[in-house]
Design a protein around this ligand. Sequence first.
Ligand code: NI
Length: 202
Amino acid sequence: MRVRLVGLVAAGLIAGALAGIVIVPGAIDRLRPPVQVTSIGKAAVGGPFTLTDHTGRRVTDQDFRGRFMLVSFGFTFCPDVCPSGLQVMAAALDQLGPKAERITPIFISVDPERDTPEQLARYVPSFHPRLVGLTGTAEEIQSAAKAYRVYYRKVKDEKSTADYTIDHTSIIYLMDPQGEFVAHFTHATPVSTMAEKLAKVL
Ligand code: NI
């Protein structure tokens, strides 16, 4: 049973990683294996982080214990993938109704230069009233991304006003009230599929 579960989790994460590669063209040769399965049968995704939220408050992963978290990484200047993922997440939560209050949706920036708490405060409410935007120093973000096996890299982009864009993995992780990985989604997951999966675990 344990072996089967590990296999299922691994298969799911590999599928997720492949989706990430499709979303981030050119990432495939730089992407390290995104997941390791530990001997106790838990996917090694998630872990401690210390960041600053969109109201300027310092928060850690411990502040979310006792609640489910839907965690995604991205940046507010992302033209399409991040907004799509956040829209799917918000619509799925709305579809769940009051049950969704046990879930905290979280958006962690991989763009500390542009995504200040003030910038996040302008961005997150346009998707969901309870969406928490998190940012931090380059080191803090790097450490959070590492815990979630998220790849990101600044790349030059003449079309962008700031001269750069950021390639990044765009997986949405569902974490349980103990902070353990439960499931993952992508920006292409249908809203109803995400809502059904969430309803099952709540
Ligand atoms: Ni993005």
